[in-house]
Write a protein that binds this ligand. Structure first.
Ligand code: PMT
Length: 222
């Protein structure tokens, strides 16, 4: 019974991009729409889970019965995730978090002048790495958007970030990754499972991933 496979489970999902401001009218971001994370939240809720969705700036309606926390920057997302992860059974990080932000932010709009301008960037904190370091019983799933050597980078991230599974999206492929309604992936688990998930809607992909996770988390009840 699909509607009950995650009953009683608490699931934390991150979605969307982050905005890293340099002045009141400019910021750095990426093309994430939040669709993948929202599909995961919708499907997890349909499977009976108690879902918390931490969302960057996106234009999407909150799926039914899902608790949503809106954030803007990578640092906001870090704070929101770290203060909510502990009592969750499953954590899925489908957000596209900025790896760098402007080192200096200006309170007033920067004026342009002739010639080039360089922006000094500093690293943001890696939320997934921190969760991997701290996790106790949580089942931790990462996502990654890559253009090449998917399996190589996937295996590396899985190990380095202490994940239980990772969903690798080849964003160089048609219909895959940022902003599309569809996605295709390679799904890798720490036990060495390697599954190619061909092009399908993000809701279909979310359902497949969650069914596998439910199976692992509940110790194979079906
Ligand atoms: O939102 P959509 O338009 O539907 O697009 C979906 C998606 C392409 C954004 C999604 O499927 C996806 O691949 N998300 C991860 C994209 C990404 O930024 O990958 P990454 O290689 O930069 O990061 C790897 C993992 O580390 C991710 O789980 C990310 O959430 C996490 N991370 C990254 C940086 C950081 N500072 N903290 C993190 O936790």
């Amino acid at each position: 019974n699909r509607s009950a496979v995650l009953k009683g489970k608490r699931v934390l999902i991150t979605a969307g991009p982050t905005h890293e401001k340099i002045d009141p009218v400019r910021y750095f971001t990426n093309p994430s729409s939040g669709k993948m994370g929202f599909a995961l939240a919708r499907q997890a809720s349909l499977m009976g889970a108690d879902v918390t969705l931490i969302a960057g700036p996106v234009q999407l309606d909150t799926p039914q019965h899902v608790k949503r926390i809106d954030v803007t920057t990578a640092e906001d997302m870090y704070e929101a995730v770290l203060s909510n992860y502990e009592n969750n059974d499953i954590i899925i990080k489908s957000a596209a978090v900025a790896d760098y932000r402007p080192k200096y932010q200006f309170d007033q709009k920067m004026k342009k002048s002739p010639g080039d301008y360089s922006v000094e960037m500093e690293r943001t904190r890696d939320i997934l790495q921190e969760l991997g370091n701290r996790k106790t019983s949580q089942y931790l799933i990462g996502f990654a958007a890559e253009t090449n050597d998917l399996e190589h980078y996937g295996e590396d991230k899985l190990r380095r970030k202490n994940l239980d599974a990772i969903v690798m999206n080849n964003v160089a492929k048609e219909g895959t990754g940022f902003a599309h309604d569809t996605n295709s992936s390679i799904y890798l688990t720490k036990e060495g499972k390697r599954v190619e998930l061909p092009l399908m809607t993000k809701d279909e992909l979310a359902e497949k991933i969650l069914l596998d996770v439910a199976h692992n988390v509940s110790g194979g009840v079906f």
